[in-house]
Design a protein around this ligand. Structure first.
Ligand SMILES: [Zn+2]
Ligand SMILES: [Zn+2]
Length: 169
């Protein structure tokens, strides 16, 4: 596992577009990531995904006044899709709100102790900035470099867990 970052984002909260699914996070992030992989582009309908990686036991999900632990088995009100065509080759379980389809969480068998949370669903998204940029080999050609506002950003051609390192000089 990468080292834990110290940050000021303890007490994060968020929700899907319709508000049926709310969540809170009680730990510091492990890292924030921009992902350019083809699966993330399709699931977001956008050019890249922004997400934050947290310890799985720090995420509490609230749906219709019931609380649930983060889990690859979806709570009622959450729709699950196991994506078999990831660029890493490992199936990724993605969770979305069953009502409004907002992408919320993802779980990977590469690391069962973490959960990925869609950064655009966070109430505090204004203070979000990436620590890592992954699958940069798929980066849209029109995108500018993420330099300003993303200090210390590390860039990976593939997935950081593949340990191909920061590609920049
Ligand atoms: Zn919703
Ligand atoms: Zn991705």
């Amino acid at each position: 596992m990468p080292p834990l970052y110290q940050d000021s984002q303890n007490g994060l909260t968020g929700s899907c577009l319709c508000g049926a699914v709310r969540y809170s996070i009680s730990a510091s992030r492990i890292y924030n990531v921009v992902c350019h992989c083809t699966s993330c582009r399709r699931v977001t309908g956008s050019s890249f995904l922004t997400a934050s990686i947290y310890p799985i036991d720090s995420l509490t999900i609230t749906i219709a006044d019931q609380q649930y632990s983060a889990n690859p088995s979806p709570a009622p009100g959450i729709r699950s899709y196991v994506d078999p065509k990831t660029d890493s080759g490992k199936p990724l379980t993605r969770h979305a709100c069953a009502t409004c389809s907002s992408f919320l969480f993802a779980y990977t068998p590469l690391a069962e102790q973490i959960v990925s949370v869609g950064a655009g669903t966070m109430d505090q998204v204004d203070s979000w900035a990436p620590d890592k940029e992954q699958y940069a080999r798929n980066r849209a050609r029109w995108l500018p470099e993420f330099g300003e506002g993303a200090k210390g950003l590390r860039v990976y051609l593939g997935h950081p867990f593949e340990v191909d390192g920061d590609i920049r000089p």
